[in-house]
Design a protein around this ligand. Sequence first.
Ligand SMILES: Nc1ncnc2c1ncn2[C@@H]1O[C@H](COP(=O)(O)OP(=O)(O)O)[C@@H](O)[C@H]1O
Ligand SMILES: [Mg+2]
Length: 225
Amino acid sequence: MLDVKDVVKSYPGPDGARVEVLRVEKFLLGAGQERALRGESGCGKTTFLNLVAGILAADSGSIRIDGTDMAALPESARDRLRAAKLGYIFQTFNLLQGYTVIENVVLGMSFSPLGSDFRHARELLVRVGLGHRLEHFPRQLSTGQQQRVAVARALANRPSLVLADEPTGNLDRRNAREALALIREACKENNTALLLVSHDEEVLGQFGNVEDFSSLNLAMAARQP
Ligand SMILES: Nc1ncnc2c1ncn2[C@@H]1O[C@H](COP(=O)(O)OP(=O)(O)O)[C@@H](O)[C@H]1O
Ligand SMILES: [Mg+2]
């Protein structure tokens, strides 16, 4: 369902010259599969997920999601594809502060073909243990609760792929374990593929098979002394 080929991404450096931060020759993820990637801070994990999500545009290469090349689309079409197919759990949640918990989740599906479905949003929030916080605003919640809203929002459009960027980075151990179990369980149920990146060994330890992001990202491998 995800097929990444020869993707390169560079950013302008301090002197204006472009610095290559990501070079991935090949990365495949089948429908319903889960993959966990381990990587230190700064090694390009968020850049990679943002490229897959179509938030960033690659310099070159192809990123196919169910056959459609994200990298070849203009921004508006990338936005639509993301709304239809992807769920993204951001490291810093990115909840909309002016909207309630349930509105945040409904907004997660309002641009998808499913459209806004308050009943489905409520079901998801009950499932993540927030049935009693539907009308609260994000700042009225604990960090662990905000993370669970972000999880519910990412699942709301019944995505075929969930991207999770250090999804437990802001949580204590117990909340981290619960949030991760919830993400994996929901993905399994819906045959949703899961791509998780993290530097947290406790989180990575829950997965049977963890790959090193640095061996995937040839731009960083080339920079090692
Ligand atoms: N907008 C940007 N402009 C310039 N450099 C950036 C930008 N975003 C990230 N980088 C650089 O790209 C590299 C990878 O960043 P990132 O993908 O955020 O890593 P990670 O998520 O693994 O911590 C870092 O060296 C960072 O400095
Ligand atoms: Mg990051």
